[in-house]
Write a protein that binds this ligand. Structure first.
Ligand code: OGA
Ligand code: NI
Length: 363
């Protein structure tokens, strides 16, 4: 399959299948920021000593994270200890990558099913409407599975910076999973152990500016399949979340140096539905392009997915334990099925309109 054109203009928008059905189009502007998503400082997270009647700093932070996971499944963290220089280098080099000539980016072309590399719109096959984005993705953990031939090698320093970034984010994600394990009344390592040998995949999203952003999405509404995702975004804005099935949306306020953290389906199942898998999407705008770097922490493909704790009187939200790979495949085929059914229904409706008797047309 030839790669989709990388012309991000009006013609491409109208001709190449980016326009969404009305019910899927953005409902809230990319820059109307909400403060509903909590911003949590991790300063003192290792400080476990409380004093008389006063909670330890760790306990306070845990309470906030747990509440955010129960309410939204998404929150932001600051004072997380990751070097600001590493974050700005990562962002700068990622931006430079997308500015490279098309033929440079296409050296890593993923069309045809390559594991990792560059692609326009989506790495999933069979999408009915396209996302307004370019992306580069690579698998960074487990280390033995790294295939450096699929990691971008330009700009020059990027490979070493991405290695460092991956390592630091693995540590940070595990720290947050420790907090959630404790909140479930389990040992600290319970959630990471449930991942068996944790995978990490990085997706760098580049959303070009768009002449008619009200018609399209940079990334369609979804939940992430894995355990937990850490997203670094620039200052433009465009990440949106909903907790009522897409009726109302909020735009997450970009904060310099913060990570947006969200739980995925795996995290949701492990907690037996107590923690939400955040429903989210990305919108674009006509003024500037936007960059985000999503780091997905996933269980090993053959890890068994099951609730780690079912509270007394509750039922398990899973009928039977299945592997993460099976869970992922089911999700993907369900999503594609829904999109296809919708497309079919739309086509039928149009056909019906075509065959309407003449008198009805003028009625
Ligand atoms: C993702 C994602 C949001 C964004 O890559 O899964 O949700 O703002 N990205 O780019
Ligand atoms: Ni996502």
């Amino acid at each position: 399959m030839a790669p989709t054109s990388m012309k991000w203009d009006q013609n491409s928008l109208l001709e190449n299948g980016f326009v969404r059905d009305e019910d899927e189009r953005p409902k809230v502007p990319y820059n109307k920021f909400s403060n509903e998503i909590p911003v949590i400082s991790l300063e003192g997270i290792d400080d476990v000593e409380g004093s008389d009647g006063v909670k330890s700093r760790r306990a306070e932070i845990c309470d906030k994270i747990v509440k955010a996971c129960e309410d939204w499944g998404i929150f932001q963290i600051v004072d997380h200890g990751v070097d600001a220089r590493l974050l700005s280098e990562m962002t700068r080099l990622a931006k430079e990558f997308f500015q490279l000539p098309a033929e440079e980016k296409l050296r890593f072309d993923m069309t045809g099913g390559k594991k990792g590399g560059f692609i326009v719109s989506s790495h999933l096959q069979g999408e009915t409407v396209k996302d307004w984005r370019e992306l580069v993705t690579y698998f960074s953990y487990p280390i033995r599975a790294r295939d450096y031939s699929r990691w971008p090698d330009k700009p020059n320093e990027w490979r070493s910076v991405t290695q460092e970034y991956s390592e630091v984010l693995m540590g940070l994600a595990c720290k947050i999973l420790e907090v959630l394990s404790e909140a479930m009344g389990l040992e600290k390592e319970a959630l990471t152990k449930a991942c068996v040998d944790m995978d990490q995949k990085v997706v760098v999203n580049y959303y070009p500016k768009c002449p008619q952003p009200e018609l399209i999405l940079g990334l369609k509404r979804h939940t992430d399949p894995g355990t937990i995702t850490l997203l670094l975004q620039d200052q433009v804005g465009g990440l949106q979340a909903t907790r009522d099935g897409g009726k109302s949306w909020i735009t997450v306020e970009p904060i310099e140096g913060a990570f947006v953290v969200n739980l995925g389906d795996h995290g949701h199942y492990l907690s037996n539905g107590r923690f939400k898998n955040a429903d989210h999407q990305a919108v674009v705008n006509s003024k500037s392009s936007r960059l985000s770097i999503a780091t997905f922490q996933n269980p090993a493909p053959d890890a068994i997915v099951y609730p780690l704790k079912v509270n007394e009187g509750d039922k398990s939200i899973m009928e039977e334990p299945i592997t993460f790979m099976e869970m992922y495949k089911k999700k993907m085929s369900r999503d594609l099925e829904l999109a296809r059914a919708k497309k079919l229904a739309n086509e039928k409706e149009q056909d019906l309109e075509k065959v309407k008797p003449v008198e009805n047309i003028f009625a």
